[in-house]
Design a binder for this molecule. Structure first.
Ligand SMILES: C[S@@+](CC[C@H](N)C(=O)[O-])C[C@H]1O[C@@H](n2cnc3c(N)ncnc32)[C@H](O)[C@@H]1O
Length: 221
């Protein structure tokens, strides 16, 4: 991973004009794509651990290398941290086989959150907080549907828990995410620019070291 990174460049100058209409459509027509058998197997393993430990959960979706999940697990020893990333490579440091890792209060899965979020919702896990740290920005105007708040899965994702924290280096992503969250929850959401002293994830470190502005959107309980 490069140590320095360039700022996000986009042909969008503000919140996408189709954001609101997209969310209204997804609220009426929920996302129903069938689960892949592969996802079911991995989720089953996680679900067994969760049921045995019977503790609240923090989700770290798109956790990359798993470092942020590891940091969270050390800071919150009475909570299970579940990190999920679909990348073939990124979780290699932790996962040796079967696309799954469990030690103490840390679970890591190599899986697609689009399946896993819906399975979590059906299993009624007690999610205390959901982190989405530095998702891929997909900054071109025609890529709105690839951003989490532009994807039909968004209402399901928001339904997982009340406390959501998104961090991004692209202000428009933060503004769109905030607006989308407020449409669904009907509650005020905060957006601020943050200065980070202790980096939570490799991308946070990379962007900070490149002197980029970082933004945080936090839902209200
Ligand atoms: C820009 S990286 C950020 C990684 C990490 N959160 C960090 O801050 O260092 C975005 C991550 O999201 C993951 N991702 C994107 N779409 C995903 C999906 N549908 N399911 C699981 N992971 C996904 C990618 O594989 C990638 O590792």
């Amino acid at each position: 991973m490069p140590i320095k990174s360039n700022m996000v460049v986009s042909n969008q100058s503000g919140v996408h004009k189709d954001l609101e209409s997209g969310i209204e459509k997804y609220l009426v027509n929920p996302f129903r794509k069938p689960y892949r058998p592969f996802s079911k197997g991995i989720f089953h393993k996680a679900n067994q651990v969760i049921n045995n430990l019977n503790l609240p959960i923090i989700l770290d979706s798109g956790c990359g290398t798993g470092e942020s999940s590891h940091i969270l697990s050390k800071k919150n020893t009475d909570i299970i941290i579940v990190g999920i990333d679909k990348s073939e490579k990124r979780l290699d440091k932790f996962i040796e086989r079967d696309n799954f890792y469990h030690k103490d209060n840390l679970i890591l899965m190599r899986a697609d959150v689009i399946d896993i979020w819906r399975m979590i919702k059906q299993s009624k896990w007690t999610i205390k907080k959901h982190y989405i740290l530095y998702p891929n920005p997909w900054p071109k105007k025609n890529q709105l549907k690839r951003r989490w708040h532009g994807h039909p899965i968004f209402p399901e994702m928001i339904g997982l828990c009340d406390q959501i924290e998104l961090r991004t280096n692209w202000q428009i992503y933060a503004e769109e995410f905030k607006q989308a969250l407020e449409i669904i929850t009907q509650k005020k959401t905060s957006l601020d620019s943050i200065k980070v002293k202790y980096f939570m994830s490799p991308f946070e470190k990379k962007y900070s070291n490149s002197r980029q502005k970082l933004y945080r959107v936090v839902s209200s309980d």
